[in-house]
Design a protein around this ligand. Structure first.
Ligand code: HEM
Length: 508
């Protein structure tokens, strides 16, 4: 094509440039108007605190989600607090949480990690703690394709079947050996869930492993502690420098030593596991698992990134699903009529056959038990903190750039405006709702928007299958004194004391 003569270009360019100029002028005026309107909005109400430390003393108890929900009754669903030098905006209702997770996500997609989480996540190198960027998009695709997406979950169903059979088998063995003695639910369930996490992540369960850096053979329990228990404890370690960033030059040796030790032990164990399985891969033995997928599908990840992604799959699979299932079994053991209703439903659909995953969608009461437990015992009570990297609006308030944002899922799930008697555990409340029975997002438990939980399907399949099989095989009741054991600990609302129950095999 011949080039346009300069004169023609100028004649044509004149109006275009003029039009562009006018458009730009209106755009600029519009943006300025929007900015003015947003800054003319009020700031969220502040919870009164003390000079310098702000509200820190009021948050001494390690369950801020409960304190926040209480404050919401006085200050409304959006309020701000001061944690030392930082301003934190706390969101406590479904509407405003959805606004933050969906509509305004682009202004608040950046994570604000505590010093402990920065160390444990190798500075945001796992999916759940990453900022929204190209690295995030790549690794999210990897975990969904290989492990957590619906096709991957279909491929992994054999691990779930084995896990559920092992669990029921172990309870049968326990009860046969010691009839009417209490069983510890967590001991059995957590160990089997860890086995499943390892199979999905690296291909096989492990009994023990030699860890060169530690110069020792570690038992399965020691591996579990290093990969799961200790990092979960470390994640809620408080470093006072989080609240006073201008003092970050002062060392906090005790904190740094504890976290560095957790980091290096985890790294040593993960390296040992990966090394063993790289030998397997080199020998030609392939297994459908995350490690084999990462080795064959990616050549852009560093060794350290791969290690972190595999560890992420292990820790996230091993914890929250156990938390929700243990609470569900606690509630069913405490409520014999509801347990009986669930048992009758399962009998009606399955007869004397053992439940299988394809029957789940025919069991609305089971789904209601799962969602009501997620609501009342929200395993992730507060979404890992984000911050507004630009001025934003939430709930009709102006949120200045730099504010930390805490989405209080527990507060949303206990909001009296939405849930009648939210303190009651009442699965029936989910039977009235005209929604898809298998809809995983009836509560805020799994978050929402682009960062919605990637493991929700896996959590639902494992938890619902375990609950159903355990109720199909046994009648559950709480051990004496167990009813009052409702205290929680840790990052994920774990029951403080493991569930102790008395189980009686049903005639089937
Ligand atoms: C009952 C069980 C579970 C609950 C209540 C839960 C809850 C959540 C919540 C609230 C988030 C959103 C965080 C945010 O918005 O920043 C999340 C994210 C995530 N969860 Fe879960 N989770 C559960 C089970 C699992 C399981 C079994 C896995 C398996 C590995 C998993 C993997 C993830 C990942 C990878 C993300 C990050 C998603 C992203 O940022 O795109 N979760 N989870």
């Amino acid at each position: 094509m011949e080039a346009l003569p300069l004169s023609t270009a100028v004649t044509m360019g004149g109006p275009v440039v003029a039009l562009g100029g006018v458009t730009l002028f209106f755009l600029k005026t519009y943006i300025n108007d929007q900015k003015k309107r947003s800054t003319s909005l009020k700031l969220p109400p502040e919870v009164p605190g003390l000079p310098v430390i702000g509200n820190l003393l009021q948050l001494k108890e390690k369950k801020p989600h409960r304190t926040f929900a209480k404050w919401a009754e006085t200050y409304g669903p959006v309020f701000s607090i001061r944690t030392g030098a930082n301003t934190m905006v706390v969101l406590n209702s479904n509407d405003v949480a959805k606004e933050a997770m969906v509509t305004r996500y682009s202004s608040i997609s950046t994570r604000k990690l505590s010093n402990a989480l920065k160390i444990l996540t190798s500075d945001k190198s796992i999916v759940a703690m990453c900022d929204y960027n190209d690295y995030y998009k790549t690794i999210k695709r990897h975990i969904l394709t290989s492990t957590l997406g619906s096709n991957a979950q279909k491929r992994h169903h054999v691990h779930r079947d084995i896990m559920i059979n092992n669990i029921t088998q172990q309870f049968h063995t326990l009860v046969e050996a010691h009839p009417s003695e209490v069983v510890n639910f967590r001991n059995v369930f957590q160990s089997e869930l860890f086995g499943l996490s390892l199979k999905q992540a690296i291909g096989k369960d492990v009994e023990s492993i030699y860890v060169e850096e530690l110069g020792a053979v570690l038992s399965r329990k020691e591996i579990f502690d290093i990969l799961v228990t200790h990092p979960m404890e470390g994640a809620i370690e408080v470093d006072w420098r989080d609240f006073f960033p201008y003092l970050k030059w002062i060392p906090n040796e005790g904190f740094e030593k504890r976290l560095q030790q957790m980091y290096s032990h985890r790294e040593a164990v993960m390296k040992a596991l990966i090394k063993e399985h790289m030998k397997r891969i080199a020998s030609g033995e392939e297994i459908n698992c995350y490690l084999d997928y990462l080795v064959s599908e990616t050549n852009t990840l560093s060794e350290q990134q791969m290690l972190m992604l595999l560890w992420e799959a292990i820790i996230e699979s091993s914890d929250t699903t156990a938390v929700v299932t243990e609470w569900a079994m606690y509630e069913l053991s405490r409520n014999p009529e509801k347990q009986n209703r669930l048992y009758q439903d399962i009998q009606n659909i399955c007869g004397y056959d053992k439940i299988t995953e394809d029957k789940l969608c025919q069991l609305p009461y089971l789904s209601a038990v799962f969602h009501e437990t997620l609501r009342k015992h929200s395993p992730v009570p507060i979404v890992p903190l984000r911050y507004a990297h630009e001025d934003a609006q939430l709930g009709g308030y102006h949120i200045p750039a730099g504010s930390e944002i805490a989405i209080n899922i527990y507060g949303c799930n206990m909001d009296k405006k939405i849930w009648d008697s939210p303190e009651d555990w009442n699965p029936e409340r989910f039977l009235d709702r005209k929604s898809d029975l298998m809809d995983l997002h009836k509560t805020m438990a799994f978050g929402g928007g682009k960062r919605v939980c990637a493991g929700a399907l896996q959590a639902m399949l494992i938890s619902c299958m375990a609950i159903a099989r355990l109720v199909q095989d046994f009648k559950w009741r709480l051990n004496d004194g167990e009813e009052e054991n409702v205290d929680t600990l840790g990052l994920t609302n774990t029951k403080l004391n493991p569930l102790l129950a008395i189980i009686e095999p049903r005639n089937c």
